[in-house]
Ligand binder design. Structure first.
Ligand code: IMP
Ligand code: MG
Length: 174
């Protein structure tokens, strides 16, 4: 794991503080309600685990897995659900949790699919946001950190399935 050089972009202490702030805002916004929190596998699992333990509203959790297909390394925009949620969301307050929004293609696709199931409300909470990389307009209601256009790993985010276990968010140096 140490053959790849990396710099810490967001340290664990700053992550912890920000996650608590997000949880406070979300808890206030949903006071008296019950949430269905849907995490996007695999990247969101670390962030979601921390977030739900800081919430002061009760929640059910579920997961969805997406795959994007296209030629080359750049996502083409053709996305599909390879593992669906098992929880009915009609009439429920739904919060989708994702590690990072980049082009916006994955989340705009997923939000459209979930809205077809008539939730009472649907909002998105992303840990990281690379706003300058959007290919389709997408804005999450809750954002942990805005980051510049660097490839980052750690706190659930991977590079070729590695580094998800790192407690800090790091930038890989070529
Ligand atoms: P998009 O918004 O549809 O382009 O895709 C977001 C997905 O791309 C995320 O869920 C990540 O899996 C992946 N991704 C985008 N940027 C990064 C990064 O910097 N590090 C790790 N994964 C990333
Ligand atoms: Mg992902």
């Amino acid at each position: 794991m140490d053959r790849v050089k990396r710099d810490i972009l967001i340290a664990k202490a700053d992550i912890d503080k920000r996650v608590q702030e997000l949880a406070d805002v979300i808890s206030r916004d949903y006071e008296g309600k019950e949430l269905v929190v849907i995490g996007i596998l695999k990247g969101a699992f670390v962030f979601m685990a921390d977030l739900i333990r800081s919430l002061r509203v009760p929640c059910m959790i579920d997961f969805v897995r997406l795959a994007s297909y296209g030629t080359g390394t750049v996502s083409s925009g053709s996305i599909m659900i390879t593992k669906d949620i098992e929880t009915p969301i009609r009439g429920r307050d739904v919060l989708v949790v994702e590690d990072i929004v980049d082009t916006g293609l994955s989340l705009s696709f997923l939000v459209d699919r979930l809205k077809e199931r008539d939730p009472q409300s649907l909002k998105v909470c992303v840990f990281l946001d690379k706003k300058e990389r959007r290919k389709v307009p997408f804005e999450a209601e809750y954002v942990g950190f805005d980051i510049p256009d660097h490839f980052v790993v750690g706190y659930g985010l991977d590079f070729n399935e590695m580094y998800r276990f790192l407690p800090d968010v790091c930038v890989i140096k070529e």
